[in-house]
Write a protein that binds this ligand. Structure first.
Ligand SMILES: Cc1cc2nc3c(=O)[nH]c(=O)nc-3n(C[C@H](O)[C@H](O)[C@H](O)COP(=O)(O)O)c2cc1C
Length: 200
């Protein structure tokens, strides 16, 4: 009897965690917006982010798509060497860390809790509402220089999107990588390169 109760409990816990973990984002808005040349003119690193500021789910969806959306023949908004598509984006919020899937436009929770303190060495980045971790799959792309190109291109797309809608952002390489990678539960074939902080 005890065994059956345990089994029911375990099944319920798994079912609950499954329903809680995947969030469908609003469809990305892929037309219109600020003219490209103007967004380039506006792009800059900004660190004076109000800890009380928020980023809407629509803006989050748009910026993740700008960085890593699927656009043509299964390919992406940014180029990747030999089309290896090695990038993985994680979103760090005050309550959880989630993994982005461009295929179904979802965020899947990989860890719950506030990890903003450990994902930044700089105070201004510890209180911002959104941090996007740029991770690469080192099995898909083994060359460091190509991995860095990919993460850099995605980072720049986030910069341009933020500039176009008046969000503040700065990419950061000064990180305690091991600690953050543990919090993100990265696999052996995943490597954290940068984290990009976003807010208002
Ligand atoms: C690869 C890379 C790593 C960076 N790392 C950090 C960082 O750890 N902390 C930070 O505050 N800014 C960081 N920055 C932002 C630069 O300081 C910033 O881009 C530079 O000062 C030029 O300013 P701008 O982006 O406004 O043109 C980084 C930028 C790049 C491209």
């Amino acid at each position: 009897m005890k065994k059956i109760a345990k089994l029911i409990m375990a099944t319920m816990m798994i079912a609950t965690s499954c329903t809680l973990s995947a969030e469908v984002l609003p469809a990305p808005q892929t037309a219109g917006g600020m003219p490209l040349m103007q967004a380039m003119q506006e792009r800059k690193s900004m660190r004076d982010i109000d800890p009380a500021s928020t980023v809407t789910k629509q803006d989050l969806s748009n910026m993740l798509w700008a960085a890593w959306g699927i656009t043509h023949e299964g390919k992406r908004t940014i180029a990747t060497a030999m089309n290896r598509q090695e990038l993985i984006l994680y979103v760090i919020t005050p309550t959880e860390i989630s993994r982005y899937s461009a295929e179904d436009n979802t965020l899947t929770v990989v860890n719950t809790g506030d990890f903003r303190d450990i994902q930044a060495r700089q105070d201004w980045a510890k209180t911002a509402p959104i941090n996007i971790a740029l991770v690469v799959n080192t099995d898909k792309q083994k060359k460091d220089e190509f991995q860095n190109y990919t993460a850099g291109a995605a980072s720049h797309a986030i910069y341009l999107y933020c500039a176009s809608v008046g969000l503040k952002t700065t990419v950061r390489a000064m990180l305690d990588n091991d600690e953050v990678e543990r919090a993100m539960k990265l696999g052996d074939d995943e490597r954290l390169l940068y984290i990009q902080t976003v807010g208002r």
